[in-house]
Each structure stands twice: as structure tokens, then as C-alpha cells.
Design a protein around this ligand. Structure first.
Ligand code: ACO
Length: 329
């Protein structure tokens, strides 16, 4: 087993208080039902940000808790890596707004765009910066205001997503605790399975784009589902192999929360019983790159895992992007 260079020092989450239940979609005039959503996805409710709650403000809530739990001050943060598919503005990065909000004035701050896999990608980047000595204390955040980019008239996507943020402070490892393996992949040939076709630099925002809803999320759900199952299976195998640990040794699998059926398939493939799989999709829906750090904050806060536990993380998202990690907390 490799000697880790970076370990988690603290987690935090920032969740908007407003809850939107499945039942409320029908009241909004959408042709769907609580039963369909639960059966096909496992989602019961999700949190939705108010107008004044932003990707930055949720990230700041998560970051402050993570820094507090890690026992570090904002002034000690060397780098902020913020993963988001919903930046508050297109320029500059939301990470610099977060830097200003929390007062991490010494830090370098930048965003990562890798959709739901973004937090895992961000961790790997931060680990590398710690490995080279470029940074000692890194803040890695996933924050998403998915409610701002979903098409609320499209029942095949709008029921799936929720808002929220999760964060972790990463510090140099001094013992056997930390990131033991990291595996990341992407396949740009499948980019158009889950995307926002318009509103970027190629087809800038216009009245027509707004009218046609071309700036909102489009998804080929069934194809994404099939790829997700294959990619998550591949990546957990690779991460376990690279860490030289077996599935039996894993205390908890923390998968990206996109669909309970994808989670169950991943666990089955890895040979990990569902009692050892963390699921909170019922309460949050798919919060994209925030889902894994939110989950890690919940499982450590509740004592489901603790110092020394072996955790397998698996992510999957638009791009397509995917990846997995084995970490000792
Ligand atoms: N309520 C009721 N019916 C619906 C709804 C809804 N909310 N949404 C779709 N349907 C209908 C469809 O129109 C279709 O009807 P039809 O048979 O008359 O055409 C029927 O239900 C079945 O649709 P499918 O798409 O085949 O349903 P499926 O079982 O595949 O479930 C789902 C759809 C939940 C989207 C699933 O494909 C899925 O989870 N895909 C992966 C999505 C995902 O993981 N995305 C995110 C990953 S990346 C990221 O996190 C950014």
C-alpha cells in the first residue's frame, strides 16, 4: 500500500434550508409522480437554493465548517480548488468569490469543470500541489446550484437534481492516513449525452436561446445510466487495485448520488454489501460535484466512519467523466 501524501483534516457542508418534495412537482403541473421518481431514482426530496443563496454562499458555509473542524484559519489556506457546473458568473472563477467571502487572502483560487466528478478531480489536483510542496493546506469544494440550470418543464431531468455544497481541508499526511489511490478518466466522445448546448461562447446567450431553453441541461438518461454503471464499476476496480486493498477491507463505499440503481449496481460489482454503502440521494437528489463531500461530511459527523476507516469513493458525471479513490480517513 502506498504511503499517502495528503489526508483529510475536516469536512463541511452547506445546504439551503428549502426542501422540495416529489409531491410538489405534480402541484407544479409536471406530469410525474412521487412513486415514479422514488422507484426509478431513489429520490424523495431535494434542497433548493433561494435567490440570495449562491454557489459561492453555499461553498462558503461548507468551507467555514470544514476549516473549523480541521482547526485551520482562512489565512492558512494556500489553494482553493472549487468544482462547479454552476459558476455564479462566467468570469472570474467562483473560487475567487469564495476566497473573498471567507477571507483566504493568501490562497491561489481556481475552478474545475468536470461536472459530477469535479470534486474527485479537484482532490487529485490538490493532492499533487501538496506532493510538490506548492501548497500545504488546500480547500477542495464542490458547490452546485443545479436549480438554476435545469429545465423545470422537463420531467426527465428536473426531478433529479438538488442544490448544495461540500468541502474538505486537505493537509500533508504524516502517517498512514490519507489518499491511497486515485483514478480518473473521461470520454469526450460522449459529451452530448449530458450537456447545455447553448449560451456559451459558440452560441452566446440570446433571446432565442432563452426562448428555446438551449442554455438548460439536456440529458439522454438511459445512455448516461448505462455508461455510469460501466464506468463506476471500472473505476472502483482500478482504485482498489492501485491501493492494493480488497473490497472486503473497505469500511464504507461513498458513491456519487445520481441514482439508487446506479449505486446498487456499483456496490454489487465491487462485492460490497449495501450496509456498507452510504446513500443520501433520498434527501438531496443529485447535487453533482457536491454529492460526495456532502456525504463524507455526514458520515464523519454521524460517526459512521472515523479516523483510520478505509473509504472507497466513486464519481461519475457529464463529460463523460469518472473516477474513484481509496482513502484512509
Ligand atoms: N416522471 C414520470 N415519467 C417519466 C419521468 C418522470 N419524472 N421522466 C421520464 N419519464 C418517462 C419517460 O418519458 C419514459 O416514457 P415513455 O416510455 O413513454 O417514453 C419512461 O418514463 C421511461 O423513461 P426512461 O428514460 O427509460 O426511464 P429510466 O428508467 O431510464 O429512468 C432516469 C430515467 C432516472 C433519468 C435514468 O435513466 C437515470 O438515472 N439516468 C442516469 C442519470 C444520471 O445519472 N445523470 C446524472 C449523472 S451525471 C451528473 O450527475 C451530472
Amino acid at each position: 500500500m502506498r504511503r499517502p501524501v495528503a489526508r483529510f483534516a475536516g469536512f463541511g457542508r452547506g445546504i439551503p434550508p428549502k426542501v422540495l418534495t416529489n409531491h410538489e412537482f405534480a402541484a407544479m403541473g409536471l406530469d410525474t409522480s412521487h412513486e415514479w421518481i422514488v422507484e426509478r431514482t431513489g429520490i424523495v426530496e431535494r434542497h433548493i437554493a433561494a435567490e440570495h443563496e449562491t454557489t459561492c454562499s453555499m461553498a462558503a458555509d461548507a468551507s467555514c465548517t470544514a476549516m473549523h473542524r480541521a482547526g485551520v484559519t482562512a489565512g492558512e489556506i494556500d489553494v482553493i480548488v472549487l468544482s462547479t457546473a454552476t459558476p455564479d458568473r462566467l468570469l472570474p472563477a467562483t473560487a475567487v468569490d469564495l476566497q473573498a467571502a471567507i477571507g483566504a487572502h493568501r490562497a491561489a483560487a481556481f475552478d474545475i469543470s468536470a461536472a459530477c466528478s469535479g470534486w474527485l478531480y479537484g482532490l487529485t489536483v490538490a493532492e499533487g500541489l501538496i506532493m510538490t510542496g506548492t501548497a500545504e493546506t488546500a480547500l477542495v469544494v464542490g458547490s452546485e446550484k443545479m436549480s438554476a440550470i435545469v429545465d423545470w418543464t422537463d420531467r426527465s431531468t428536473c426531478v433529479l437534481f438538488g442544490d448544495g455544497a461540500g468541502a474538505a481541508v486537505l493537509r500533508p499526511s504524516t502517517d498512514e492516513r490519507g489518499i491511497l489511490s486515485s483514478y480518473m478518466r473521461s470520454d469526450g466522445r460522449l459529451a452530448n449525452l449530458l450537456y447545455r448546448p447553448q449560451g456559451g461562447a459558440t452560441i452566446p446567450m440570446s433571446e432565442e436561446v432563452l426562448r428555446e431553453r438551449g442554455h438548460l441541461v439536456k440529458m439522454a438518461g438511459r445512455e448516461v445510466f448505462k455508461s455510469a454503471v460501466l464506468c463506476m464499476a471500472e473505476s472502483v476496480d482500478r482504485a482498489l487495485d492501485a491501493a492494493k486493498v480488497t473490497a472486503d477491507e473497505i469500511d464504507l463505499l461513498v458513491p456519487h448520488q445520481a441514482n439508487i440503481r446506479i449505486i446498487e449496481a456499483t456496490a454489487k460489482h465491487a462485492g460490497i454489501p449495501m450496509e456498507k454503502v452510504f446513500v443520501n440521494i433520498d434527501r438531496y437528489g443529485n447535487t453533482s460535484s457536491a454529492s460526495i463531500p456532502i456525504s463524507l461530511d455526514e458520515v464523519t459527523e454521524r460517526g459512521i466512519v472515523g479516523e483510520g476507516s478505509l473509504v472507497l469513493i466513486a464519481a461519475f458525471g457529464a463529460g463523460l467523466t469518472w473516477g474513484s479513490m481509496v482513502v484512509r480517513l
